[in-house]
Design a protein around this ligand. Sequence first.
Ligand SMILES: [Fe+2]
Ligand SMILES: [Fe+2]
Ligand SMILES: [Fe+2]
Length: 417
Amino acid sequence: MLVSRNQLLFAFSESLDYVESIVGSHHYDTAYIALSILNEMDLSDESVQEIVTAAVIHDVGVFSKNLYGQLKNYDFEDESRHAKIGYSLLNKIHYYSNFAETILYHHHRYDQNLFACVPLSSQIVFLSDRLTFLIDKSPADIALHKKYILDKVSDDMGKRFNPALFPFLERALEKNSFWANYKNGISKDIVKASFKYDRKITDHEEIKNFLILFGKITDYKSSFTAAHSTGVSRIAREIGKLYGLAHTTISDLEIAGLVHDIGKLAVDKDLLEKNSSLTDEEFETIKSHILYSHKILSMIGGFEHIAQIACSHHERMDGSGYPNRKTERNLSTEEKILMIADIFTALSENRPYRPAMRKDAVIKILKNMALQKKICGKINTTVIKHMDHLYSLNTETQKQAYKEYGYLNFNTRKLAL
Ligand SMILES: [Fe+2]
Ligand SMILES: [Fe+2]
Ligand SMILES: [Fe+2]
């Protein structure tokens, strides 16, 4: 597999902007403003790309609508917890660890202690991030709006922001093209086009490690699903191995498991956690996560097979599933395996409306589904045969995932600023 690092990044950024649709295109907007400021500075193309990269993923540590509700107030102060979570998420991932420090400091004030440690990249991301909530994309009077922005920001210079950045911002806002591109929605394309360097990654481990991040941000949206994608990935891989699939197919299954529910980022958390029955309309909204998963995954060249496996996990062999009502003959072995891995993992997890099921209850449901020809009987026989192993593997994976989730939620204070 040959995957463009930039395409992976853009797909990831796109999915971050799904975290509560109220924010729209916050990451790309931040990156666009940062790029406009950077274009006025005398920095190398490489440094510009590094800072813009950090900008497109800067709020990786935000999982909730409530927090965004606060962050979107320009004057909102002192929200560094999500910066620390973002730092922890990126810190251990090859290549992306280069951006962890920028994320850690991206809300650090100029008049706060230890500002000397704050990288220029964080200072630019902070200013650009705040400006996304101040700048009107299509103001009635640009000159008047520009004056309002600059007056407001100059009050914060020397307090929240580094005053050295002010002249560059002033020059960026001076340009008609800044406003025209922002207004016409082509700022996202401009951000993408600014990436002069790319790398084709062939290393399965690097791809997988980055996609673990996709899985984590999906899972952490709700405490009920905090281990789900990791679990599905682990179980699908194991079933693939037990079923004797080829090594590359097993790898694809593992990756598809990590990203299968990425579209859930676009679904309201309250709906995901509803503990009573869903209305038809609510169920349709939940089902739409597959379409979002598909949209994100099809942004990555080379991911066609993975996208196909990932987006079929709610299909059923009798044609009763969604989104395409596929039937047995349109489903590959990999798709059938991921389908079972998803059901198995979901049943073995706590849900808002029921506790995690015991092994015998899981077996009963899977056997029933195989009898009704909803899932593949042959694969299911393998799963039942190795149930003890798979169940304890899942328990272990869940334990580990919840440990990490708990660490992020409760121990971020340990990170020094
Ligand atoms: Fe932030
Ligand atoms: Fe932000
Ligand atoms: Fe799903």
